[in-house]
Design a binder for this molecule. Structure first.
Ligand SMILES: Cc1ncc(COP(=O)(O)O)c(C=O)c1O
Length: 391
């Protein structure tokens, strides 16, 4: 990040002049771009001169949001992808081949774990899953063919906090890359490149866009070399974002710091309220002083973001009952949107998953997850209060 502070950058960092003196960046809703002549086409394909060829390879609206995200994260370049999962793919697969080994933390978003273990194995990439908070496990899992370590912090759904600097030192000693999923924190609250990461990925579906109307991701390379490999991979595999989603995300990012400040203060109050409630067994939120990762979160983050997990007394029936009783909150998966989202995985998203697998993923009958939104916090607490009174 140069010259200005974060809130100024999120508005002014587009980095290049907007075309036709437009005030907001236009949507270039086009699949292809015409050439002035065969020579012009040949020049662009040779990578010379300014201009665009075809939207999978590059598009002004997609470029604009990529520049902002790269600037906010402090990386050389960002590649916008069609989803967060597409960004996980683009952050790992350009850097590994059959015969390589990767280390992944045990608290990743479920689909990331499946992609980086079972799916990777089908292509000859072996993985070790380690306890996210235990640096010794990372160190002891390093092999001569370890190429990459992948972590997510805070993690979904337990909010566990991983020591980015600690893991980055292990990665450097092993000559391996460190990839950090920065979805829960955003660059406003956590700066993984400054803590030693090489690649940062985002599900922009969440806080970056922030309004719950886009599925999108980013893979940001710290150096030119890393960025170019990610970009080539996405051009080839076709996992690029589209111009309309890029426009919406560009617009969403302009208020990122304001939203995150409000998310933080609302979530802190909701977490404290839940902690004091007699129907709640345990609250998982990095902003609570007795949370396991609190001190580390204070060190590597400037706020605790807005996802809270909590265990309800009364298990499955209580969780399901709360889902039926809340009135204002939205019953939905996802997180990081303007409105408060609540879900009880055991009776909703994971209802068809065998018990053993649910336990392995930390999905107990008691666990409820809430993504605290931007409403007046008294109304969020009031909705929880009336819902909890009925379970
Ligand atoms: C931390 C994290 N990473 C990655 C993803 C995948 O993102 P998407 O759903 O945009 O593909 C998610 C989705 O919930 C997530 O929470």
């Amino acid at each position: 990040m140069k010259e200005h502070k974060f809130s100024t950058n999120q508005i002014h960092l587009e980095g290049h002049k907007k075309p036709f003196n437009s005030h907001s960046f236009p949507i270039f809703q086009t699949s292809t771009f015409y050439f002035d002549s065969p020579e012009h086409g040949a020049e662009l394909f040779a990578g010379k001169g300014e201009g665009y060829i075809y939207t999978r390879l590059g598009n002004p609206t997609i470029d604009a949001v990529e520049k902002v995200v790269a600037g906010l994260e402090g990386g050389f370049g960002a590649t916008a992808t069609s989803s967060g999962m597409s960004a996980v793919l683009a952050s790992v697969f350009p850097f590994v081949k059959a015969g390589d080994h990767i280390i992944v933390s045990d608290t990743l978003y479920g689909a990331s774990t499946t992609l980086l273990t079972d799916f990777a194995a089908r292509y000859g990439v072996e993985s070790s899953v380690v306890k996210s908070t235990d640096l010794n496990e990372y160190k002891n899992s390093v092999k001569s063919n370890t190429k990459l370590i992948y972590i997510e912090t805070p993690a979904n759904p337990t909010l566990s906090i991983t020591d980015i600097r600690g893991v980055s030192e292990i990665a450097k000693n092993a000559n391996a890359l460190l990839v950090v999923d920065n979805t829960f924190a955003t660059p406003y609250l956590q700066r993984p490149f400054e803590l030693g990461a090489d690649v940062i990925m985002h599900s922009a579906t969440k806080y970056l866009n922030g309004h719950g109307d886009v599925v999108m991701g980013f893979s940001v390379g710290k150096t030119e070399e890393l960025h170019k490999k990610i970009r080539s991979f996405t051009k080839l595999t076709g996992g690029n974002a589209n111009p309309f989603d890029s426009y919406l995300c560009l617009r969403g990012i302009k208020t990122l710091s304001l939203r995150m400040d409000k998310h933080n203060t609302n979530a802190q109050k909701v977490a404290e309220y839940l902690q004091g409630h007699d129907k709640v067994l345990k609250v998982y939120y990095p902003g609570l002083p007795d949370f396991e990762g609190h001190e580390l979160a204070k060190k590597q983050m400037t706020g605790f973001s807005s996802v809270i997990a909590f265990d309800l007394k009364g298990g499955f029936e209580a969780g399901k009952g709360l889902m039926k009783s809340v009135k204002m909150m939205t019953l939905a998966v996802s997180l990081g949107t303007i409105d408060t989202l609540i879900q009880h995985p055991a009776s909703m998203t994971h209802s068809g998953v065998p018990r053993e697998e649910k336990m392995k993923a930390g999905i107990t009958d008691e666990l409820t997850r809430i993504s605290v939104g931007l409403e007046d916090v008294e109304d969020i607490i009031q909705d929880l209060e009336q819902g909890l009174s009925k379970v």
